[in-house]
Write a protein of this length. Structure first.
Lengths: 300, 285, 369
């Protein structure tokens, strides 16, 4: 009797503690490798560290150096241009495709597969492919020239003022299918009777889309914005593969700046400071978006 | 509803077709370039069909192209990526499954807060952990090794895998767990005998997502691996940006397709799980 | 089989929400206890606490005289049937029933015999090799009950087991559960929000609201003598009529004054004189069930107060016709014989059987008389 009772309480105890025990390694990992490492990087950004990490605090000198660094500002400006255009175009193309595909299209499955496959590719592959296509000597420019427009030039890839736009082109190509899939899922989730009610009320198809369907996709817009801005701020691979940040430093973005200063130029402190700036940018963009999303979710 | 081909519908299909061409063009260009000869590439144009098909570029890309100083092709790096991706995917998925089980079915005081804490890992820009991670891998003696990369991918994949399984398990009525507890099943019995048998689809979603992410990763690869242990994305970038010798575009393209094949293959055979993973990851909120 | 006693049980969540505020219920071995109340009243939480799926904040729960507060669910010797049935989706019906027995290390031969016995009892032998997804709602319900029966526990717990069934099946299964109880004489705790289920199934009913047992007693007692306005309104369908009325004296007898647009009548309440005395001249809530306002033919005795009322709406239900009138500006439902009911717009003589009428305090909603 006493053994069966102690066994009983033992199993009750196990059920009580096992879940916490099982979750704890992951929590520990998260605590060390996410929170701890962020703190470590933050600390490093406040030191004079160059090739080797130093742990003596030195105030904001790295941030000061960062803000006086022209290359950093190039990177930030490029991020602004790239981010804005990339998010805007991807959103527009994705929504456009989703609305088109929502018209009871034949071969919808095939088309969706075609639009979405770039998402399965590495940004490096995408960059490699577009780098070849945008090659001014042998790429698309030559195709157009051969078609009878010998004066046509399309040399953005090697034009310092235009190189960042090529990243937009490749980025939109890669991500718009994904946005299409999200919007399409949203469109399919809309209650059919709302649309029928609007049709009975005599609304035309464009009006129904513009006034009823697209506004009800609000939560999808938030998710898409969230994901795209996340991709934009972190973008590294695509730029590396497509332009390598060049010509010169013309298409640098913060992620490349961080990588080069921290890992190839041995400026740990400056690299850490730029990483912290990236984190803060993400927080500054994501937190309001998520706040608005939860608020609209509660209202809806 | 059978629709007739009105002018509006024709425009609609034309637009859809045009977009399809836009998405397919780079794939076509990669494929056709990879089977052209260099002369054909220089003489013809980008979108012209190859004059003759040759797989020389493919075999060179696979076994003898130069990525920096090495000239062993993509072969070794391809296997590096396999050796890196398979264990990372499996480990992170299994841990994520158990984690998701706990935070959905065995919620305790504070478990929601802990889950939110964990989720932050999905959002941080990884640049912010690169420096300490590089240092740690160095101290552990696994810098520039595949094991090091596996560790990194498992650690930073956990937030996503946990999220996937949690979002799946919350759709299962918790009465199921209650019933099993009353039947006398404990924590692990419930997990293995009740929940795992119905978790097939979410395993697919999670494995495919993780595989795509890890196979396609470049940042961790370029920072934490060098020389022989590099994953294929890094090697491809090195190959394309090698400035020595004649630029062999056909080899570049063949290498790019080789690097893309595994994820493309997964996309082709299990596309619907892939899309589900994308949308599930998207509505994380 | 075992008695169950719940002593001053409270449940407070971490955020301070009090879900249960001192529950006292005791039933004997073999009794059928119903926990009934609107959603959020705490009835399911209480059931989960009996099962051991929820922690007890304070108080004691005893099964068969043994305190079970700290026992895990599997050690309490209980079985439970859930609203969603909670059948294990990957297992066949046979496995679903035998799972709990296997875990308890019952010898395989005994398991087979038990499954067979239960399957025959519930007439589902032909379903044993199907998966839950291949079963209809009623069949799933049966399997869920079979799973509980196979365990032969000291207490059965039912958590709204019939709410997912359609109306016809619900009535069938209700009878079957009652039949099972009569045969097995098992102790049962049954949670429902449906007062008809509560009335038809229970030996004892605990009517709950806001984490408090409003009334605990036999079904008939709760129906005839509701402790307060809430219990009176919750039990019975159509619901009891609540008419705000003044207590007046007429010919030395206290009664309530009831008016419609044509005139007034005073209904004397001889059974409640003492308790009404302090309320003379004041407003009370007069509670009377629909079947206590009826036509002259249905009223079982003569000499009852009669009032001619203007009919607003009628609702024929088949066996009865519900007649709605307006008394003291309140909509009042009366149950009449179908052939006696007049058409809306007409006037009809209604007989008031006040012997079971009740009075409530309008402020506290507690019973006066």
């Amino acid at each position: 009797m006493s053994t069966s009772q102690s066994q009983a309480s033992l199993s009750a105890l196990a059920d009580r503690w096992l879940p916490k025990l099982v979750l704890s390694p992951t929590l520990l990992i998260s605590l060390v490798f996410v929170y701890g490492f962020i703190a470590w990087t933050g600390w490093l950004s406040l030191t004079e560290s160059r090739l080797l990490p130093q742990m003596d605090l030195a105030g904001l000198i790295q941030y000061q150096a960062l803000f006086e660094n022209d290359r950093w500002w190039t990177a930030v400006t490029n991020l602004g241009i790239f981010g804005g255009l990339f998010i805007g175009c991807t959103l527009a193309v994705g929504l456009f495709l989703a609305v088109l595909l929502d018209q009871k299209i034949r071969a919808e499955g095939t088309l969706r597969t075609i639009y979405l496959y770039p998402m399965a590719l590495s940004f490096i592959v995408t960059g490699t492919a577009w780098k070849w296509m945008l090659n001014p000597d042998m790429g698309l420019q030559k195709v157009i020239n051969d078609w009878g427009f010998p004066d046509f030039t399309f040399d953005w890839l090697v034009d310092p003022d235009k190189a960042i736009y090529t990243v937009v082109i490749a980025g939109v190509w890669q991500s718009s299918g994904f946005v299409m899939a999200l919007f399409l899922a949203g469109l399919r989730g809309i209650d059919d009777s709302i649309i029928k009610a609007a049709q009975v009320d005599g609304a035309s198809l464009p009006v129904i889309y513009w006034r009823i369907i697209i506004p009800s996709l609000r939560p999808v817009f938030f998710s898409v914005l969230l994901i795209l801005s996340h991709i934009a701020i972190k973008s590294f691979d695509l730029v590396m593969a497509l332009t390598g940040g060049g010509p010169g430093t013309a298409s640098d973005v913060p992620a490349i700046f961080m990588y080069q200063f921290a890992f190839t130029r041995g400026q740990l402190g400056l690299g850490a400071a730029s990483a912290m700036m990236m984190l803060m940018t993400i927080v500054a963009v994501l937190v309001p978006l998520m706040y608005m999303e939860t608020r609209s979710a509660k209202r809806g | 509803m059978a629709k007739h081909l009105t002018p509006g519908r024709i425009v609609l299909y034309a637009a859809l077709l045009l977009m399809a061409i836009y998405y397919l063009l780079p794939l076509y260009v990669m494929l056709s370039t990879s089977v052209k000869t260099l002369d054909d590439i220089r003489g013809g144009n980008l979108i012209a069909l190859p004059q003759s098909i040759t797989f020389d570029a493919w075999s060179k890309a696979w076994s003898s192209a130069c990525t920096g100083v090495e000239c062993g092709g993509m072969k070794g790096f391809f296997w590096n990526s396999v050796k890196m991706a398979v264990p990372s995917v499996l480990i992170s998925t299994l841990i994520g499954a158990v984690n998701g089980y706990v935070v959905s079915m065995w919620r305790f005081r504070g478990s929601d807060v802990l889950f939110t804490l964990l989720l932050v890992g999905c959002f941080i820009p990884f640049q912010v952990v690169l420096l300490p991670m590089a240092r740690l891998l160095g101290e552990l003696g696994i810098a520039n090794t595949t094991s090091g990369l596996i560790l990194v991918h498992v650690i930073y994949g956990l937030a996503f895998t946990t999220l996937f399984f949690r979002n799946f398990f919350v759709t299962i009525p918790d009465e199921l767990v209650k019933a099993a507890r009353i039947d006398g099943a404990g924590f692990w019995t419930i997990f293995f005998r009740i929940l795992l048998p119905i978790s097939g689809p979410i395993f697919m979603v999670c494995v495919i997502w993780q595989f795509t992410q890890i196979w396609n990763d470049f940042l961790f690869g370029v920072v934490f691996a060098s020389g022989e242990s590099q994953p294929i994305t890094v090697a491809l970038n090195n190959l394309v940006n090698t400035s020595t010798g004649v630029k062999e575009y056909n080899v570049d393209m063949a290498a790019a397709i080789i690097a893309a094949l595994p994820t493309l293959f997964v996309y082709m055979v299990a596309g619907r799980y892939f899309v589900r993973g994308l949308t599930a990851g998207a509505v994380k909120g | 089989m075992a008695a169950l006693s719940i002593n001053n049980v409270c449940k407070t969540y971490a955020n301070g929400t009090e879900v249960l505020k001192g529950i006292d219920i005791a039933i004997e071995d073999g009794q059928f206890l119903i926990l009934v109340g609107p959603s959020g009243c705490g009835k399911s939480t209480l059931l989960n606490m009996i099962a051991g799926l929820d922690d007890i904040s304070s108080g004691d729960i005893e099964i068969g005289g043994k305190r079970v507060n700290d026992l895990s669910p599997k050690d309490r010797d209980i079985a439970m049937v859930f609203q969603s049935y909670a059948l294990y989706p990957s297992m066949s019906v046979r496995k679903n029933i035998s799972f709990g027995l296997e875990i308890r290390k019952m010898p395989q031969g005994e398991i087979d015999a038990t499954v067979e016995r239960v399957a025959q009892m519930l007439q589902m032998t032909h379903l044993l090799d199907r998966k839950p997804s291949q079963l209809s709602g009623g069949q799933r319900q049966r399997v869920a009950m079979g799973r509980a029966l196979a365990r032969n526990p000291s207490i059965f717990l039912f958590d709204e087991p019939l709410s997912n069934l359609d109306a016809k099946l619900r009535v069938e299964m209700r009878t079957e559960i009652k039949l099972m109880h009569q045969r097995l004489k098992s102790t049962i705790v049954y949670v429902t929000h449906d007062q008809i289920e509560a009335m038809t199934l229970g030996d004892r009913i605990a009517v709950m609201k806001d984490g408090i047992v409003q009334q605990f007693g036999s079904p008939q007692d709760i129906y005839d003598n509701p402790a307060n306005l809430f219990v009176a309104s919750f039990i019975g369908s159509p619901s009891m009529n609540f008419i705000p009325a003044q207590v007046v004296e007429s010919a030395g007898v206290l009664g309530v004054k009831i008016c419609d647009d044509q005139g007034c009548v005073i209904l004397p309440l001889p059974h409640a004189q003492d308790k009404m005395q302090p309320w003379l001249g004041r407003e009370v809530i007069f509670g009377i069930r629909p079947e206590q306002i009826t036509d002259a033919r249905t009223a079982y005795r003569a000499g009852l107060p009669v009032m001619a009322c203007h009919i607003d709406v009628i609702e024929p239900t088949g066996p009865d016709t519900l007649v709605f009138v307006s008394l003291n500006n309140t909509k009042v439902c009366c149950r009449t014989h179908p052939t006696e009911a007049k058409l809306p717009g007409h006037s009809m003589e209604l007989v008031f059987d006040v012997s079971k009428a009740v009075l409530f305090d309008p402020a506290t909603e507690q019973r006066i008389a």
